[in-house]
Ligand binder design. Structure first.
Ligand SMILES: C[S@@+](CC[C@H](N)C(=O)[O-])C[C@H]1O[C@@H](n2cnc3c(N)ncnc32)[C@H](O)[C@@H]1O
Length: 213
């Protein structure tokens, strides 16, 4: 996707991907992310996952392309973040949580290598041709042994985002850098009516625990 695609989504408020609460797989498998540590949330949007992770004791660093999303995150919580500028863009920070505003492929952090990461709607937001590059970037930011909770979607719409990422695609993209454990595989067609209305005949979500080799 071009950056303009995401800027437009946020400007027009077309953010159906935004869940109004922490992701259910995150709540279910929070403990699999290990003890409180430095945790990375790529393509974080303004998700409530950031809050849940910080409340659990993690030192949370998100990365988000669109500044409007970052501003909304803090505004909706009545927080005025401290801002500092880095070569790859501004970083907004409050307490044990910060969001770096910029392209994940250029993201760098003094906190890396991170102890853990959470990916919900990040891998699936990227077109297939960026998948290997994204996984390599994620792997480069993690210490050996670091767990990643990865939430993916599979459907037969033939377009995205969210792009359909079946289990074999996860294994193809991740097996070199990560050990892969499938934690959950659920039919979510009923709670994703917008996919069915657009012609999908199935929608599944899966949660994986990746462990950095
Ligand atoms: C599908 S949304 C998911 C957001 C969040 N993870 C959630 O669960 O609500 C994908 C997000 O990634 C952001 N994004 C897209 N490409 C990006 C990139 N190259 N670097 C950083 N963020 C990006 C978009 O602006 C959007 O907010």
């Amino acid at each position: 996707m071009q950056p303009t695609f995401w800027h437009e989504r946020w400007t027009l408020g077309q953010t159906a991907f935004h869940e109004g609460a922490p992701n259910r797989f995150l709540l279910r498998y929070l403990d699999r992310l290990g003890p409180p540590g430095a945790l990375f949330v790529p393509l974080c949007g303004k998700s409530f996952d950031l809050d849940a992770l910080a409340q659990h004791g993690h030192d949370v660093t998100g990365c988000e392309l669109v500044s409007l999303a970052v501003e909304e995150y803090f505004r909706e919580r009545n927080i005025t973040p401290a801002t500092h500028h880095t070569p790859t863009g501004p970083v907004y920070e409050s307490g044990s949580l910060r969001i770096a505003c910029g392209d994940v492929f250029a993201f760098e952090s003094e906190r890396a290598p991170f102890d853990a990461a959470f990916d919900r709607a990040a891998l699936v937001a990227l077109p297939p041709e960026l998948r290997a590059r994204y996984v390599a970037k994620l792997a480069s930011l993690l210490r050996p042994g670091a767990p990643v909770l990865l939430v993916t979607m599979e459907h037969d719409l033939g377009s995205g985002p969210p792009f359909s990422v079946p289990e074999d695609a996860v294994r193809a993209a991740c097996a070199e850098a990560f050990a892969i454990e499938l934690l959950a595989d659920e039919d979510v067609a009923q709670s994703n009516a917008r996919f069915i209305e657009r012609g999908a005949t199935f929608v599944r979500e899966r949660a994986y625990l990746l462990t950095r080799k």
